[in-house]
Design a protein around this ligand. Structure first.
Ligand code: RUB
Length: 340
């Protein structure tokens, strides 16, 4: 079963069991926006996901703690199923769920539990925004004056490093890949050009031709596994290979909530397969004899091609991913998780 089927399955079953009426319309709208990529990028997805929990408690008419937990569980289930690869999404939900479980030990009232949720949501959002700033400050130290940087897709964390370095007058130049099929590279160009940075847009397949001019590649992360492998926008692993061959540095900018705790206990990260119409429309497909079309949204870069990972807690080699995971999510490895 692919992610799309799982998603629509989860969605209809929630509705058909009559739970749909308990899901606020705004939550369903945010879930749709994440799925359709009107909200995209792992960090933004996580912040939008935790906001749905706040909306749920704000709209809730639950008369008991159990009822409120059921509503939170339904929201979490819908939101988590929107995009399967970005671990920031379940990790954001986990952040709130963990605080709810701690509060449950104190036998809270419905109102107290609602406050716990609102406080945890706010904390997650503030922390994730601070993490972006810190990643920029830390990462910019590794950018030298006059560096030529290549970035792929559109990552707020990678852009934070680039913008911070630019504000420090490091006189940097950026190459941005188009990032087919959704052209997130255009968003990157717009942000960097608005900041007055010298940017060149290139097609994805031109990376090898230009790699010798590049000093440093900086990309974001949708997920990092316990062995330090990076899951990011399709094409990232090819860029890493080409960078290695050209002896160009390859940096990943990632908040610690992009590390995947499931991978500590042997789970694999699911690679999202998106609608083939993002690649080619049905009419054109017909004209070329209806070949099978694949549209994976992400790929996997092995740790040996990554020079370092810039997190808000500092710079780490990919081999230290397990340590980060133990610090951040060690509590998860020892018990079966229940979200709310
Ligand atoms: C976005 C993407 C980004 C990461 C990190 O993919 O691959 O590199 O999500 O982004 P999509 P950020 O466009 O399919 O969501 O640093 O902003 O969290």
């Amino acid at each position: 079963m692919n992610s799309r089927e799982e998603y629509s399955h989860g969605w209809t079953s929630v509705l058909s069991f009559g739970v749909g009426s308990m899901i606020p319309r705004e939550v369903i709208q945010i879930a749709e926006d994440i799925k359709n990529m009107r909200i995209r990028g792992a960090g933004k997805i996580a912040r939008a996901a935790v906001k749905t929990l706040r909306i749920t408690v704000q709209k809730s008419k639950a008369k008991s703690v159990q009822e409120l937990l059921e509503e939170l569980r339904n929201t979490a289930r819908i939101v988590i199923n929107t995009r399967p690869t970005a671990v920031s999404l379940p990790n954001g939900i986990r952040y709130v769920s963990k605080r709810v479980h701690e509060e449950l030990g104190r036998n809270p009232t419905v109102e107290e539990l609602k406050e716990t949720v609102k406080k945890a949501v706010k904390e997650f959002i503030v922390n994730s925004q601070r993490a972006l700033v810190r990643i920029g400050e830390i990462g910019a130290k590794r950018i030298r004056k006059g560096d030529v940087i290549l970035t792929h897709c559109n990552s707020a964390a990678a852009i934070s490093v680039i913008l911070t370095a630019a504000h420090q007058n490091k006189d940097i130049t950026v190459f941005a890949t188009e990032t087919r099929p959704r052209f997130q590279g255009h968003i990157t160009c717009k942000i960097l050009r608005n900041a007055g940075i010298d940017v060149t847009l290139i097609i994805d397949s031109a990376i090898r031709l230009y790699m010798n001019r590049i000093n440093t590649v900086i990309v974001g992360a949708d997920a990092i596994s316990s062995n330090g492998a990076l899951v990011n926008k399709i094409g990232t692993s090819t860029i890493a290979l080409v960078a290695r061959e050209a002896r160009t540095l390859f940096f990943v900018a990632a908040e610690t909530y992009k590390f995947s705790p499931e991978t500590m206990i042997g789970e694999l990260i699911e690679i999202e397969e998106r609608d083939i119409e993002e690649v080619i429309d049905r009419e054109e497909l017909e004209k070329i004899g209806n070949p099978r079309v694949l549209n994976p949204a992400f790929d996997i870069t092995p740790p040996q091609y990554i020079d370092l990972i810039i997190t808000e807690k500092g710079i780490i080699p990919p081999q230290a991913a397990f340590t980060i995971l133990q610090e951040e999510f060690g509590w998860l490895a020892s018990r079966k998780e229940q979200l709310f």
